[in-house]
Structures are given as structure tokens and as C-alpha cells.
Design a protein around this ligand. Sequence first.
Ligand SMILES: Cc1cc2nc3c(=O)[nH]c(=O)nc-3n(C[C@H](O)[C@H](O)[C@H](O)COP(=O)(O)OP(=O)(O)OC[C@H]3O[C@@H](n4cnc5c(N)ncnc54)[C@H](O)[C@@H]3O)c2cc1C
Length: 164
Amino acid sequence: MIDYLIVGQGLSGSCFALECLEHSKSFLIIDNDYMSASKVASGIFNPVVLKRFSPVWRAKEHLKQMNTTFARFELLLKSKYLEYMPLFRLIHDKNELHTWIQKSKLEHLKDFLASEFYLNPYPFVKTLEPMGKVKDCGRILLKSLFRGLQILSSRGKVAYKRIF
Ligand SMILES: Cc1cc2nc3c(=O)[nH]c(=O)nc-3n(C[C@H](O)[C@H](O)[C@H](O)COP(=O)(O)OP(=O)(O)OC[C@H]3O[C@@H](n4cnc5c(N)ncnc54)[C@H](O)[C@@H]3O)c2cc1C
């Protein structure tokens, strides 16, 4: 007898599996391995909407929640799933430059938008435009996370995954 049936192993299904694991509830994950928004979005997180340099709704709270949740995954599955890395935004013209400078001084954005500008650090990106650095960005290592839950199932613990 299984306690919960989880349909879909994206981020939501995985978070629900985490709750089950922590509460010693058994579960069965069914996934058709078809189209996953989590995989398409490739696990990238970024607290700023870079079209207008405005903050994502409740970004700080969400980042805090994400860190707590992934610390729990890491404790249970004994692997790291969060990788922080800065994100660079091309600054196309003087207007954007001015907007960035103003916004990076604002209380709710100053922790995310670096006030200084950078030269392109990537040899594969061909541009001479300056770049603004966004902090507190990164990616969730989704494949490893999904694999971690599968490995747990192969060890005969409470997680299962069935593809049909
Ligand atoms: C390009 C892109 C950018 C995004 N950017 C952001 C962003 O910046 N910020 C943000 O908050 N969100 C963003 N999102 C949205 C976010 O990625 C999704 O809301 C989130 O990943 C959804 O997770 P989920 O687990 O609910 O669904 P999914 O990841 O889609 O997982 C659902 C799983 O269920 C499986 N499935 C579906 N139907 C069945 C069935 N009948 N039987 C068995 N299995 C089934 C699918 O194959 C899939 O694996 C973005 C999405 C995309 C595509």
C-alpha cells in the first residue's frame, strides 16, 4: 500500500516527494517523460526581470525558501543541487545604462544589481557592449535532483519512479 501517488516529476512533484520523505510516507512517482516546464526552464533562477530591471515579486522571500528547500534535499540525498553564478545583462544604450545606475541604488534592487559594469567575460559572445551583473542568480541541477530521487528508489527506499 502506497501513501501518495505523484503524477509528474518536475519541481512540484519533487518537492512533494521531499515532504513524503521527511514524513516517512511512501509514494509512487509516475512520469510520462514528455514535456516538462522545469526541464525547459533548465533550473535557472534570477531575482530580476531584465526587460525593465524590476524585481521579481517577493524575490528575497522566494530565494530564502529555495535555499531552505534545497538544503533539505541535499541533506536527504547527500548531493548538491544549487549552483549560484552571476548573470550578465548586455547594456545596449545610454538609456539602459542610466536606468541600471538608478535602479541599482534602490533599496529593493541594490542587493541584486551590481553598481559597476563589466566587459564581456565570455569568448563565445561577440560584443563590445558593457554588461551589468545580476547577483543571487544560478541554476538548480535538475537532472541530478531527479536522478537522486531515482537512485533512492533503486536502493529500495521509499521513492519510486515509473515511466509509461
Ligand atoms: C522557458 C521557461 C522559463 C520559465 N521561467 C520561469 C521563471 O523565471 N520563474 C518562475 O517562477 N517560473 C518560470 N517558469 C515556470 C516554471 O518552470 C514552472 O512553473 C515549473 O517548472 C513547473 O513545475 P511543475 O513540476 O509544476 O511542472 P513540470 O516541470 O512541467 O512537470 C510536470 C511533469 O509531469 C509530467 N506529466 C504531465 N502530464 C502527465 C501525465 N498525464 N502522466 C504522467 N506524467 C505527466 C511531465 O512530463 C513533466 O515531467 C518558466 C518556464 C519555462 C518553460
